[in-house]
Design a protein around this ligand. Sequence first.
Ligand code: ZN
Length: 345
Amino acid sequence: MRIKEYNRDYIESSIKNGKSYLELGREYGVSDTMIKKYARRNGISLPKRREINPNETFNKGIKLKEEKILTEEEKELIRERRRARKHNLILKKKYSNLNIPKIDSGCCPICGSYHCTNGFCKSHNFQGIVGLVRLGLDSTKIGTSEIFNEYNRIRDILYDLYWIQGLSLIDLKNKFNIGIEHFPINILDFLEIERRTLSESQVNAIKQGKVNNIPQTSFKCGKHTTWDNKEVYLRSSYEFDYAEKLDSLKIIYEVESIRLSYFNRSKNREAIAIPDFYIPSTKTIVEIKSDYTLNIDEMIDKFNAYISFGYNPILILEKEEIDLFNIENLVTPERYKRIKEFNIR
Ligand SMILES: [Zn+2]
């Protein structure tokens, strides 16, 4: 029901000034369409529909998708992500009934103690690590003081598989049938197990017999069978040369079989020395180095330790035996300077 008479001039000027049909309708107590009809009937020119900005969308807050051509690789990645997400949901459902206590009355959800200040608990949220259960973690230990031992137990298992037995991340993923989104990198991080560097991974792959050699590297390394039929792993062509020499002389030797702690003065801390060769018959330790790899100060620290443990260390530098303690007088000043410079890396 209209509440007042239409005022043609007023309506015309209002429309021209941008007042909406709805607003005008409210003033007259009618709908916006009624106003529009009246205007048309009375020869009031209506403004054209405004131009629409091509970037505009009528779905507020939802941005229109840009058209994008995906490469096959990107498509595969999207599929993989979708599969992982689906797998994640299935696992979440499967493990949703795990006995993980909720925080209540100041009780630590990790170790169960009251007013826990343990940094371990703060940095180890077990709830997100489904893969740990696959590894054999007893989830009932979460929220009790036994969690520390349980954590260490799982850590030892994985450490052994990864660092001692040399399984790759893919091997581990397959062995425990753990989804790509839970494994293996975040589990290694969670268990504070250091990851192999790229070169360590390559060396490991060779040891595991997965790769025959490392392409495009300046050094030669790999397996060698000794004259008395032992398999050893050598890390440079100098080591191969020396091993062949010992083979030809039928001297019994071991490679990297000894570990001794020594004090590294330049680093001011205890460190571990792993001599290259050991000849048991004469208790001789042989260090094989090139001018590039010899760190004189560090080697002197090691030799002092070897001697104090009753070994006889010798240094083979660039294929020749040299007296480490007198090296400055045995090589040219230029060469000595060069060796020292390589140490400062
Ligand atoms: Zn705690």
